[in-house]
Design a protein around this ligand. Structure first.
Ligand SMILES: Cc1cc2nc3c(=O)[nH]c(=O)nc-3n(C[C@H](O)[C@H](O)[C@H](O)COP(=O)(O)OP(=O)(O)OC[C@H]3O[C@@H](n4cnc5c(N)ncnc54)[C@H](O)[C@@H]3O)c2cc1C
Length: 246
């Protein structure tokens, strides 16, 4: 089946961290844009003659109940063609052509095991969608553990939301690993110095059959996490799920 291409109008742009912005898109041709939390959309950006060079995918960072609006969370890569287009050319009212939703990185229908969500940077996008979806629909669940890695405190995405969610969503907890800054005293209980890996290694050793790991981000983190979980900590592949950004 040929993909349907939508036109989204940019109705919101917000600075989330240095070099990270959220973009809200409204899709006027539908009342409700249907997708499952964790899925992504793919843009055809006018950055090249060749179609193959124009497509860039972005996870939907908002939950599915926002009518015809979706939110994205995009990091600007120095020299990156697609992300530079978003940061330099896109303004309120800009139109963007996209297809989707796509992707199987979604929550199971029944959450009968603990979910550990491990991500770095904008890899947090699908997890924000999933967690807000669980909260808003009142989905029954077991433990929900978000482990987010970034460089410095100023790069922590949706910082206030995780504290609120910890109060409002039973069973939810979060940890933040800062690779280039020592955590301040205010968030001491959530903060760790270094990468995400020691955080889940400590929390989920020895092996637990009731835990599933969801990983999202770039190759280096995902490869290392899979190696740790699979070879090091003896978690079988069925308990490891991932979305690779590139
Ligand atoms: C399913 C899916 C969902 C995605 N969701 C998101 C999302 O929600 N938010 C988001 O910001 N991105 C997301 N991405 C990544 C996004 O599609 C682009 O790849 C990203 O924006 C870079 O594109 P670019 O055109 O700016 O860089 P390009 O011009 O395509 O490439 C720049 C080069 O630098 C490399 N590169 C750039 N930055 C890094 C980095 N930090 N680490 C390693 N290599 C790097 C790229 O691999 C590439 O080789 C997703 C990708 C996929 C496949």
């Amino acid at each position: 089946m040929r993909a349907h291409w939508y036109t989204g109008i940019v109705t919101g742009i917000h600075e989330l961290a240095p070099q990270v912005r959220s973009f809200t898109l409204e899709i006027p041709e539908v009342d409700r844009f249907e997708f499952k939390a964790g899925q992504f959309v793919t843009f055809d950006l006018p950055v090249s003659e060749k179609r193959i060079n124009r497509w860039r995918s972005y996870s939907i960072a908002s939950p599915p109940d926002q009518g015809n609006k979706i939110e994205l969370c995009i990091v600007h890569f120095e020299g990156g063609i697609g992300s530079s287009y978003f940061f330099n050319e896109i303004n309120l009212g800009s139109e963007l052509k996209f297809k989707g939703p796509e992707g199987g990185f979604i929550l199971p229908e029944v959450l009968d095991h603990d979910l550990v969500m491990i991500c770095t940077g904008t890899g947090i996008a699908p997890f924000r969608s999933m967690l807000l979806d669980i909260k808003q629909r009142g989905v029954g669940h077991q433990g929900l553990h978000l482990i987010f890695g970034t460089r410095k405190q100023e790069d922590i995405l949706y910082r206030e939301e995780w504290s609120s969610l910890e109060r409002e969503l039973p069973g939810f907890r979060f940890d933040i690993a800062l690779s280039r800054e020592f955590p301040g005293p205010d968030w001491a209980s959530h903060m760790h110095q270094g990468y995400v890996h020691p955080v889940y290694q400590k929390a989920y050793t020895p092996y637990r059959p009731d835990v599933h790991f969801y990983l999202c981000g770039w190759t280096k983190m995902i490869d290392e996490a899979i190696a740790n979980l699979f070879a090091g900590m003896r978690y079988p592949r069925e308990q490891i799920h991932y979305e690779l950004y590139g």
